[in-house]
Design a protein around this ligand. Structure first.
Ligand SMILES: *[C@@H]1O[C@H](CO)[C@@H](O)[C@H](O)[C@H]1NC(C)=O
Ligand SMILES: *[C@@H]1O[C@H](CO)[C@@H](O)[C@H](O)[C@H]1NC(C)=O
Ligand SMILES: *[C@@H]1O[C@H](CO)[C@@H](O)[C@H](O)[C@H]1NC(C)=O
Length: 448
């Protein structure tokens, strides 16, 4: 009898736990996506005091939204399956962890859920109007446009742009996370996100060859891994559903990582990804700025500098690791060779730290040309930052499978950290690298 009682109370507990006391993001089925959904915008407020339990608010009931604080709107994009975005909860929590603010999740899943993209994109201006109505009420209650920040993902980025345009660019900030490309590519500024939509607009482009927008849309446009294929994402359709959205979603995961402060991702202002890989864009000592632009939440550190530029726009490139926290550490490998003939080939460099950790960088985007007594500076990217390097391994390859094996005679190699120019430069003199044979050595401090 007692046991039965316990069982019943346990069931009640489970029941009350699933009772909808906390509103959650609209969850729809694939069936809804097939038949299509009418637009319904729900605004869900999260605050530091209510981090996990949302409060539904609207333009007539602002709830616990404190208008004197910063308000961040998070706007999702197209939902071809009806499911809630997988990243939403982590993004909200991470925002609340860095700063006390109101986070308003704009749930327009009814509207965004459809298998027909044009039906979703056709609703973006309507969503923007609803947000305008809401923000007008916030302003009436004493909020300031300066404190309004919108993070828009995919179609959501353009929605944020439309809202910003209605306020003539006076919104504090818009961050576009892989703004949608299809149907927006090539459109005039009023029909898409553009730098005049807020006081500061920063954009991450992670899928420019499919779902994302290729051209710059903000004051600063970040192109991780060149903006095309992201490491760790499936390269073929056999990767399943992930194949379609992995690159696109990477912009959101990179942004979230910037809030979690494990490491900061620096980006390098540059005209092209190729120039960045060639090591031509590694100095960020522009104007009064001493450190490179940071990706994500802290991108606005560069705001003043960027707004002074004419036009106030800049592209920045960087590479990421496959996994969180995604940071890569840049070094220069300077090589002076003394082969009689010009040698072209690729260098792979491995570092072993005093703590035993090993990290590797392949510099293989294009062959490097080694000429007698000329210094070649190669940009090497490692996914670990080894404070003390005990051993270096170099491998030279021409990548040709037939023909003779070559050697690269190295007069001097030098390794220097880009992020920590103060660290001692490591050198090695007089080496012969036999093609495809790893040469391991202990570096010494470079002669001054
Ligand atoms: C927390 O959320 C609940 C549910 O929406 C709401 O009733 C309550 O007022 C909120 N509390 C605070 C302190 O925001
Ligand atoms: C706004 O929210 C309040 C409180 O949740 C609700 O009573 C009211 O019906 C909502 N108004 C609109 C226009 O949805
Ligand atoms: C709103 O925020 C301000 C400053 O951040 C604070 O002083 C005030 O007490 C808050 N109001 C409420 C009702 O919590």
């Amino acid at each position: 009898m007692l046991r039965l009682y316990f069982l019943i109370s346990l069931l009640c507990l489970v029941k009350s736990d699933t009772d909808e006391t906390c509103p959650s993001f609209t969850r729809l089925s694939f069936h809804s996506a097939v038949v299509g959904t009418g637009l319904n915008v729900r605004l869900m407020l999260y605050t530091q005091r209510n981090q996990t339990c949302a409060q539904l608010i609207n333009s007539t009931a602002l709830g616990n939204l404190n208008v004197t604080k910063k308000t961040t709107f998070v706007i999702h994009g197209f939902r071809p399956t009806g499911s809630p975005p997988v990243w939403m909860e982590e993004l909200v929590q991470s925002l609340l962890n860095v700063q006390e603010m109101n986070v308003v999740v704009v749930d327009w899943n009814r509207g965004a859920t459809t298998v027909i993209y044009t039906h979703a994109s056709g609703k973006t201006k309507k969503v923007a109007l609803i947000l305008k109505e809401f923000i007008d009420q916030m302003l009436a209650k004493g909020a300031s446009l300066d404190d309004i920040y919108m993070i828009g993902v995919s179609l959501g980025a353009h929605i944020a742009g439309f809202v910003g345009e209605m306020y003539a660019g006076k919104l504090g900030r818009i961050t576009g996370l892989d703004p949608a490309g299809p149907l927006f590519n090539g459109k005039p500024p009023e029909d898409r996100l553009d730098p005049s939509d807020a006081q500061f607009v920063d954009v991450i482009h992670s899928d420019t060859d499919a779902l994302g927008y290729k051209e710059p849309l903000g004051n600063i446009d970040f192109y991780p891994n060149g903006g095309l294929d992201q490491p760790g994402c499936p390269k073929t359709i056999f990767g399943g559903m992930k194949y379609f959205k992995c690159d696109h979603q990477m912009s959101v995961f990179l942004y979230i990582a910037s809030l979690q402060n494990k490491c900061s991702i620096s980006a390098y202002p540059c005209d092209s990804y190729r120039d960045y890989r060639d090591g031509k864009c590694v100095s960020c000592g522009i104007g009064h700025m001493v450190s490179c632009p940071l990706l994500g939440y802290y991108a606005d550190n560069w705001k003043d500098y960027l707004l002074d530029k004419d036009p106030p726009m800049m592209k920045a490139f960087f590479d990421t690791a496959e996994k969180k926290p995604f940071c890569m550490y840049h070094y220069f490998v300077d090589i002076v060779s003394w082969n009689k003939n010009v040698r072209r080939g690729f260098i792979t460099i491995k570092l072993r730290g005093e703590d035993g950790h090993i990290t590797e960088s392949r510099i293989d985007h294009e062959p490097s040309t080694f000429q007698k007594y000329h210094q070649v500076s190669l940009l090497a990217r490692f996914n670990q930052d080894l404070d003390k390097v005990a051993e270096i391994s170099l491998l030279f390859s021409t990548k040709s499978v037939v023909g003779p094996k070559y050697q690269l005679r190295v007069l001097r190699m030098k390794l220097r950290s880009l992020a920590h120019p103060d660290r001692p430069h490591l050198c090695r003199y007089d080496l012969v690298l036999k093609e495809n044979v790893e040469t391991i050595f202990q570096p010494i401090l470079c002669a001054k």
